[in-house]
Structures are given as C-alpha cells and as structure tokens.
Design a protein around this ligand. Structure first.
Ligand SMILES: Cc1ncc(COP(=O)(O)O)c(C=O)c1O
Length: 393
C-alpha cells in the first residue's frame, strides 16, 4: 500500500521541522550557530533538573552525586573522541583550557611560540600575555585566504616551522575564515620540528569525526556548547599521557595532585549543570544520528555558499574539501572594508532584517560567515541574500 505523502520518507526531517526543538526566538534568521551554538529545549530541561537536584540538598549532591555524575558524562563522551577517559577532562570552554595549558608551560625565555594570523582573538591574547610574562618569542604565520587546497596551507605552514618553535597553537577550524585546516599533517610537521602541539578545536566536536588517539598533539581542546548541543559552559581538554602530570586546571583546588581527571573534576563550588548535560546532548544527537546531522549541515552550507557566491557574483573562501558546517562568502562591493564597516552592516542586518550573521573584514573587503545547523534551511540564506541586495540598492 502506498504511504500518504505526509508520512513518506521524503518528509522534511530537518530545517523548519526541528526549529521548535530549540529555544531560539522564532522571528529571526539565525545563521550564526558557530559563535555560541544553540541548545535544544530537551537539553535545557535536563539542565534544570541537575540544578534542582543540587539546590534541593546541596551537601548531599556535592558529597555523593557530583563525582559519579561528572564521571558518567566523561564516560559517555570518551568513545565519541576514540580515547579512554583518563586523558579527557571537562572544562568550561576552550578559552579556559588554552589558558590552563599555557600557564603551566615550563619553557625557557627566548622559546618560540607559533600561532597563525587566523588564531582566535582570545587565544592570541592568552599567548601574548604569557609570552610577555615568560620572555617567549611569539610569532605568527599568515595562512592563505581565500584558499584552493590544503597543500597551499601546508606549504605556508611548513615554511614557518624553521626555525623550530618550542610550541605551536593550531586551530582545527579557524574562526575568522571558517577553514577546516589539514590538522593531522600540520601537527605532524610541527612535531617533526620538535614542537609541542596545542590544538584549539573549539568548533570541531560535533562537526568533525574526531579520533584524538590518532592526532599527533599534546593537548586538544574543543567546545561542546557550539556543535554538540550542550548548554553554554561545556568543553573538553584532552591531554596526552606524558603531559597529564604537569597539566592543571586554571583553578587549583581540593584534588590537587590526585590525578589529571580528579583535578579538573573539581575546581571550586560552581554550577556544573552544563557539563552534567553531556549524556542528554548525546541523546539528542543520537535521536537523529550524527551522520545524518553532519551530512545535512555540510550539504546545506555548501549549497548556500554556492548559491550566494553565484547570486552576488563573488566567491567562496574555500571549496568543500576545506569546509565543515561553516563557510565564507565574499559580499558584493560597496559595504566598506573595515571592522567598523563590518559591525555596522551586521547591526543593520539584525535590526532591519532580523538576520544574525557574522561579517568579517578580510582581503580588503567584507565577507560573511555562514553557519548551518539542523534548524536551518536554504530559505534562511535566501533571506540573507535579499537583505544584502536590498541594502546594496
Ligand atoms: C577557534 C576558536 N577558539 C576558541 C574559541 C573560544 O570559545 P569559548 O568562548 O567558548 O572559550 C572560539 C569561539 O568562537 C573559536 O572560534
């Protein structure tokens, strides 16, 4: 018997059909999942339950329930990153993880620290601060943008490894340019040059299929509140075995020197409910299937970027090979070129058209950074196109 069309397998599963599963305001176009993520209503409900459990009997919760709940979160997470639980810690966010690693580095004055021109601003500042304090020499390599192939990135990066730095900070996915960097090859080249490798993978969990056991790095941090659907204030710091004893959380607390996992587990009294929600966020992902989510987001962002670049007769920042769930598209000329121009345009897009999207000044002009998450659909990007075209007129 033929199924009615409304029940057929071609019925939309994502896009507007799941927008109601998120706490997002209804009457605007959210094209900036990348900056802060968006939490499903079901996960927020689970968070409220953790908060209630804590407040009902705080001492009981902290003495008896806290530790097993944190461990359950890490145990649920570890197989998703193909590591065991020993080297995996939950942190508030990638910024704190990077600061924690840098603070403990015991490198002599004069040591080279290598970042890139696309290193996230907060991470750059942490590197600047600790370099100034410790007498390290901070250097930055310019990565190609727009870019056609990972070979272009690799050859620029390899040139910067001579003279060899003591530490490199590598993005997995760059923030201002939305590039999925060839991390494995870049990290391996840095290791071969003798450098320690700290990876800022803020955007990677949920977006990329991560196998941390395979990556040649010493530390890897990522946010779960961006693409893995936890509430804000949840990230991970994975540390290679050789570095675990000398890696500590930003706040040294009660379980100092009792082991890597223990130290990170308790960093003072706080609301850890966002971290305790990891199993709920994973359940949300599993309800759809991670491959279905990734497949939808990747196809959508590539389709949207192609559509906009063709409509505006401009270009993309990179092709699908270097694209995850975010993509850069150059705006038509006439909107200026400075950070102030970018912010002014961004304000007009949200105030006049209810379109939320980051605008970045690059290559002497302005670019927009598209994000695609399961609640988006192509009409969202068409709304952006119409808004830009109306403002250009
Ligand atoms: C590459 C990169 N690193 C670090 C961060 C910082 O994330 P958080 O503010 O959650 O620490 C971001 C946030 O957008 C990012 O894009």
């Amino acid at each position: 018997m033929q199924r009615p069309a409304s029940l057929s397998n071609t019925a939309p599963r994502f896009g507007a059909a799941v927008r109601g599963s998120f706490a997002l305001e209804r009457d605007y176009t959210q094209l900036n999942h990348g900056s802060y993520g968006a939490t499903p209503v079901a996960v927020l409900a689970a968070q409220r339950i953790w908060q209630d459990k804590l407040e009902l009997e705080p001492s009981r919760f902290m003495r008896r329930d806290y530790k097993p709940a944190m461990r359950a979160a890490i145990a649920a997470l570890a197989p998703r990153f193909k590591v065991d639980t020993d080297g995996l810690a939950l942190v508030e966010n990638a910024t704190q993880a990077v600061n924690a690693v840098l603070r403990e580095l015991d490198l002599p004055a004069g040591s080279g620290i290598l970042i890139t021109d696309q290193t996230y601003g907060a991470v750059k500042n942490a590197a600047r601060h600790l370099s100034a304090r410790n007498g390290w020499e901070l250097n930055s390599v310019t990565l190609p943008f727009p870019v056609n192939s990972k070979e272009e990135i690799l050859s620029a990066y390899k040139r910067a490894l001579d003279p060899a730095p003591a530490l490199v900070i590598l993005d997995h996915i760059t923030s201002p340019t939305a590039l999925v960097l060839p991390l494995k090859e870049m990290a391996a080249a840095a290791r071969d040059a003798g450098a320690l490798v700290l990876v800022d993978g803020a955007h990677a969990p949920g977006m990329l299929d991560l196998d941390l056991s395979e990556l040649p790095c010493d530390w890897y941090t990522g946010n779960l509140h961006k693409w893995m659907f936890t509430p804000k204030g949840c990230g991970v710091l994975w540390t290679a075995e050789a570095r675990r004893k000398s890696t500590h959380p930003l706040a040294i607390s009660h379980w100092y020197q009792e082991g890597y996992g223990e130290e990170f587990e308790y960093v003072g009294t706080r609301d850890a409910s966002s971290q305790l929600c990891v199993p709920s966020a994973l359940a949300f992902i599993d309800a759809f299937g991670i491959d279905a989510i990734r497949g939808y987001n990747k196809a959508l962002v590539n389709g949207a970027a192609d559509m906009l670049a063709a409509r505006w007769e401009t270009e993309r920042g990179a092709g699908p090979e270097l694209t995850g769930h975010m993509a850069m598209v150059r705006l038509p000329d006439g909107f200026g070129s400075t950070r102030e121009d970018a912010e002014a345009l961004r304000d007009r897009l949200i105030d006049e058209f209810r379109v939320q999207i980051p605008i970045n000044p690059l290559t002497g002009t302005l670019w927009c950074r598209l994000s695609a998450q399961i609640y988006n659909e192509l009409t969202d990007y068409e709304r952006l196109a119409e808004a830009i075209e109306a403002l250009a007129r």
